[in-house]
Design a protein around this ligand. Structure first.
Ligand SMILES: Nc1nc2c(c(=O)[nH]1)N[C@H]1C(S)=C(S)[C@@H](COP(=O)(O)O)O[C@H]1N2
Ligand SMILES: [Mo]
Length: 167
């Protein structure tokens, strides 16, 4: 027998499950694509499961902050980008094109991130001083402390694409 109580419970279950499904599809993510063996779509939750790195760096306004994220090299490695022993010959023509929600774009070269080439860390950050990045800055931002200018600290990262130069 369908009682009023059962209908109330049914609606409640429906509301909870659709809300859960909705919030799952709504979790902001960025993609790693292009010349990769394993394209990835990553949320902040997924990022936190990688080996994370914290570093202190000066903001554009000169304030020192603690950024937490994942080394870009670690992410590219898990997508199967040609780093390490494979970063030679024609693979040196590949570059990292990073795109943002506001259509801003920057590039890095593979040797700029590969730990066999460089000691610098280029971080895909998702926390600043322990908190998620502010709207307009995040949820994902590149932090590149070795750059003297902040122009490549690209905010609101949506896509990291490995491109091979055809020139
Ligand atoms: N998505 C996006 N990221 C961006 C920019 C931009 O226009 N769009 N400007 C860059 C430039 S030129 C600078 S100087 C810094 C400024 O950092 P701030 O926003 O933390 O002050 O962001 C960089 N990242
Ligand atoms: Mo800038």
């Amino acid at each position: 027998m369908i009682t009023a109580n059962r209908i109330v419970i049914l609606f409640f279950v429906l509301a909870v499950t659709t809300t859960a499904a909705y919030s799952q599809t709504k979790a902001p993510a960025f993609t790693i694509e292009g010349e990769v063996t394993t394209p990835l779509t990553l949320t902040a939750e997924a990022l936190a499961r990688f080996k994370t790195t914290e570093l202190r760096a000066k903001d554009h306004d000169g304030t020192e902050r603690t950024y937490k994220g994942v080394n870009l090299a670690t992410l590219l490695d898990s997508a199967g980008v040609t780093l390490g022993a494979k970063l030679r010959g024609k693979n040196l023509r590949k570059y990292i094109l990073i795109k943002a929600a506001d259509a801003y774009e920057v590039i890095y070269s593979l040797p700029e991130v590969d730990p066999e080439f460089t000691n610098q860390t280029i971080l895909l950050a998702y926390l600043v001083d322990g908190k998620p990045l502010a709207k307009g800055d995040g949820p994902f931002r590149i932090v590149a402390p070795a750059d003297k200018k902040h122009a490549r600290w690209i905010r609101e990262v949506t896509t990291i694409k490995i491109v091979s130069s055809k020139e």
